[in-house]
Design a protein around this ligand. Structure first.
Ligand code: ATP
Ligand code: MG
Ligand code: MG
Ligand code: MG
Length: 565
């Protein structure tokens, strides 16, 4: 490729709306352009990076036994009705109607569609295990699309789905994917950490998030320095608090405040934003889910959260109007975190004791994963400890003090069990000829988000510093003065040699000043820059600069090739 033909409009200035460095640099380096909020066009350089990331993912998915398919983006509502998620998914789902007023969505994920695909075709255990994946656009109408590719509304995701005959098989598929993800992020040259994660509204069993470590990340990670324990703060286990027994909690009703901000709740509860409080959630005989806050002095404030909404695993995803109509306060549960913008942790030990799963994350977000019928009996009292994990808390595995860091969720793996196969009747005949539901897992990687994460982790004042495996070009050959025929001819020779050697190389043959070209090289972040100036033409001396270290080497024509490879 020749830079004179490349559509890569670089900018010296940063667009005002770009808040984080990856967004700024992708914009300035001429890799993306905004179409509308959370929607971007990839320009040639940006698209090359995307395709390289996709290719690494593809190779590792194939090596792990995955087979690539391509499903429609447009999905009929009927499939989602079967799983119960048409109602439950909420505002994040982009919904459209066709000319006959039939409901469709632009797929935010594909569990329903893939389950539909296999339920008619997989009949026998002999066809298992099966792993199918695609790399394709997903649509999510995010509440706050921001940070460029990091949280957009249309984004590219690799999603793989595994089908097994039993739980052991599913766990084996999960392990294969976990290992494949480890290889993928290692090959991309990223510093990452797999962390135990909450499995969110997708339902099912255990989960890990693959987080790329970077300050701009939205995930808080607790990790142990003496063993390999690492978990997101939504998931990290805490040492149980000394919580009074259920009977001792004086639960008296107080009026519901008509408010839904953290500040007003803190005021209502007379607590400061960093105080630890305890909360009690229980279900009344009127089917109301009630959350009571207990302060240190055991004074109780009780808040009616929501009337039970069918199928709502995650209130953020439920229809806000429906919650209001039912007398609830959408977005009310954020306050139990009591620290704006931070995540809240529910003590899993305590939860287990009461056989329930409840919790919250994100300011103004939601009461998470509560399904009273499923998670606890009617009338049960659930005690949740709403501390957040913090630096110095003991590691639940070895007791050593935990450290905290920030990361970007680039991928996530989940075991799903039979949630979708049971709801949608995806069954097979086992060795004994008995009908069984398929046992599933699902595994996503955000391709664009991974690109952004790579930049967050690899940049300096001059621009991006691409890890070689995902750089738009590995090597750039700069003809210092392309107006000089001898320099250009020499540079073309070097360019051809590099191409012959199998390198992904760009020839900067633009008739620009050398300074302009060097600035662009640093901004775009090619890992290796080869400079062809008068010294090359006259003496056969070639200058090679390594973007990451800034080191400059000079080589003779005969030896440079092995050095840049
Ligand atoms: P988040 O917690 O950031 O909202 P998620 O947990 O909802 O992400 P998953 O459903 O696990 O996302 O999807 C798999 C992957 O898709 C994520 O790990 C992430 O890399 C990517 N992804 C999810 N939402 C977005 C988005 N709005 N923009 C870009 N990538 C996304
Ligand atoms: Mg999300
Ligand atoms: Mg997430
Ligand atoms: Mg996720």
């Amino acid at each position: 490729m020749r830079a004179s033909n490349l559509y890569a409009p670089t900018l010296r200035n940063t667009p005002a709306e770009a808040e984080i460095v990856s967004h700024q640099l992708m914009y300035r380096a001429g890799m993306i352009r905004k179409v509308a909020g959370g929607m971007y066009t990839f320009l040639p350089l940006g698209w090359r990076v995307i395709r390289k990331i996709e290719q690494i993912i593809r190779e590792e998915m194939d090596a792990a036994g995955g087979q690539e398919v391509c499903m429609p983006i447009l999905q009929p509502s009927e499939l989602w009705e079967e799983s119960g998620r048409w109602a439950a998914y909420g505002d994040e789902m982009m919904r459209i109607k066709d000319r006959h007023s039939r409901d469709f969505c632009l797929g935010p994920t594909h569990e329903e569609m893939i389950t539909d695909l296999v339920r008619d075709e997989v009949r026998s255990y002999k066809q298992l295990p099966l792993m199918l994946y695609q790399i394709q656009d997903k649509f999510r109408d995010e509440r706050r699309p921001r940070f460029g590719l990091m949280r957009s509304r249309e984004f590219i995701m690799k999603d793989l789905y595994s089908f097994d005959k039993d739980v052991e098989g599913m766990n084996e598929s999960y392990r294969k994917m976990y290992d494949a993800y480890t290889k993928i992020f290692t090959r991309m040259g990223l510093e990452f950490r797999p962390v135990e994660a909450d499995n969110g509204a997708i339902g099912g069993g255990h989960s890990h998030e693959f987080t790329v470590l970077a300050d701009a990340g939205e995930s808080n990670i607790a990790y142990c320095t003496s063993c390999d324990y690492a978990a997101s703060d939504e998931k990290a286990e805490l040492k149980p608090l000394d919580i009074p027994a259920e009977e001792e909690l004086p639960l008296e009703k107080v009026s519901t405040p008509g408010t839904n901000t953290i500040e007003s709740l803190c005021e209502y509860l007379h607590v400061s934003a960093d105080q630890t409080i305890k909360a009690v959630a229980y279900q009344t005989d009127k089917d109301e889910l009630v959350l009571a806050f207990v302060r240190g002095d055991h004074e109780v404030n009780e808040v009616k959260v929501i009337n039970q909404i069918e199928g709502a695993l995650d209130l953020r995803m439920a229809d806000e109007d429906a919650i209001r109509a039912a007398g609830g306060c959408p977005g009310f549960m954020g306050p139990i975190g009591l620290k704006k913008g931070t995540h809240v942790l529910v003590d899993a030990t305590v939860m287990k004791m009461h056989n329930a799963v409840t919790g919250a994350n994100e300011a103004d977000a939601h009461f998470r994963q509560v399904n009273p019928e499923r998670d606890f009996d009617r009338g049960a009292v659930v005690v949740a400890d709403l501390r957040m994990v913090s630096e110095g808390d003991p590691c639940p595995h070895c007791g050593a003090p935990l450290k905290m860091t920030r990361g970007i969720e680039a991928g996530q793996v989940f075991t799903l069990g039979t949630k979708y196969s049971q709801a949608m009747g995806a069954v097979f005949l086992d060795e004994n000829g008995k009908e069984q539901p398929l046992v599933m897992g699902c595994y996503g990687i955000g391709v664009g988000r991974t690109m952004a994460a790579a930049i967050e982790q690899n940049n300096d004042e001059q621009g991006i510093i691409w890890p070689r495996a995902i750089a738009p070009f590995e090597v750039v050959i700069v003809a210092v003065n392309a107006k000089k025929d001898d320099q250009l001819a020499y540079a073309e020779g070097v360019y051809e040699e590099c191409r012959q050697a199998g390198m992904d190389v760009l020839l900067d043959d633009r008739r620009e000043r050398a300074g302009v070209k060097f600035k662009d090289c640093d901004l775009i972040g090619y890992p290796v820059r080869v400079v062809i100036g008068p010294k090359a033409v006259d003496e056969g001396v070639i200058e090679v600069k390594v973007r990451r270290t800034g080191e400059v080497y000079t080589f003779h024509r005969e030896e440079y090739l092995s050095k840049v490879q």
